[in-house]
Ligand binder design. Structure first.
Ligand SMILES: Nc1ncnc2c1ncn2[C@@H]1O[C@H](COP(=O)(O)OP(=O)(O)OP(=O)(O)O)[C@@H](O)[C@H]1O
Length: 262
């Protein structure tokens, strides 16, 4: 099956800016894979996601989406007006009405059963995040898009949320595109990582990316911890990986490290 979304030579400039926010991006999302975009603040992660979804004009390049692609979007939690008086049940029916049975089922699936009558504003951060995910799952998406889904959650909450995402992927076969700052755990939950800093610094398996000099230059000491944790949990799965090898790690334009090694 072909990619759900494919971007080729994608660049976006915001009005009035003298240079593109993101430039010459090549990336794709295959069915059922978890792809995570990491990068410093302001590196263009949200802009890239919006461009992939067709929500922002491209200044060059192209984005192809599978015809009729069903997308479930989980927005940044902090951007939603939590003070609005609304029950969880009503929230799940926006913008499309869903039946009681379906609402109950999806809340059960995301680990927050029986919350229908609760006011949105009364939920904890972790509960609200799961309600957002529940709503995104209602149209049986082929692709789930999550923009910094665990912002504001504590470490156990973050780990539990990514575990849930992996379970949902396994059950539904939906691909997942995530933007995240949670480097320590995101590596474990991703099939592929795209490291962004205006351009794609590197992309590939989590282990290959975390070993790439371009990634380490961006994330510094934190990346060392990420790599150690990732190896600790995953060496058995990735014994065949040779960091820096072409099959695992694709260099983007602007990479500063030695390309002669692949
Ligand atoms: N609509 C817009 N108009 C003008 N500039 C914008 C617009 N949206 C984003 N920008 C600018 O583009 C740059 C990249 O923003 P973007 O939100 O894509 O980065 P990000 O990597 O998601 O950042 P963060 O990690 O802080 O969420 C920033 O300098 C931002 O100020």
């Amino acid at each position: 099956m072909s990619a759900l979304i494919r971007a080729q030579n994608l660049s976006v400039s915001h009005p009035g800016a003298d240079r593109p926010v993101i430039s010459q991006i090549d990336m794709h999302i295959d069915p059922a894979e978890i792809v995570t975009v990491v990068g410093p603040n302001g590196s263009g992660k949200s802009t890239l996601v919006r461009a992939l979804l067709g929500q922002v004009a491209l200044s060059s390049g192209r984005v192809d989406r599978l015809s009729g692609l069903r997308i479930g979007y989980v927005p940044q939690r902090v951007h939603i007006e939590r003070a609005m008086p609304m029950t969880v049940r009503r929230f799940l029916s926006l913008p499309q009405r869903v039946g009681d049975a379906q609402a109950a089922q999806v809340l059960e699936r995301t680990g927050v059963p029986g919350l229908e009558k609760r006011q949105i504003v009364s939920l904890s951060g972790g509960q609200f995040q799961r309600v957002l995910l529940a709503r995104a799952l209602l149209n049986a998406p082929q692709l789930l898009v999550l923009d910094e889904p665990t912002q504001g959650l504590d470490q156990p909450g973050i780990v539990a949320f990514y575990k849930l995402i992996e379970e949902v992927r396994a059950e539904t076969g939906a691909a997942v595109l995530m933007v995240s700052h949670d480097l320590l755990v995101v590596m474990r939950a991703s099939d592929r990582v795209v490291c962004l800093n205006g351009h794609v610094c590197c992309q590939g398996t989590p282990q290959a990316v975390s070993a790439a000099p371009a990634y380490r230059a961006l994330f510094g000491a934190e990346s060392q911890g990420t790599l150690a944790l990732y190896r600790h949990h995953h060496d058995h799965d990735h014994d065949h990986v040779e960091p820096g090898h072409d099959h695992d790690h694709v260099h983007g334009p602007g990479c500063t490290h030695d390309h002669s090694k692949g």
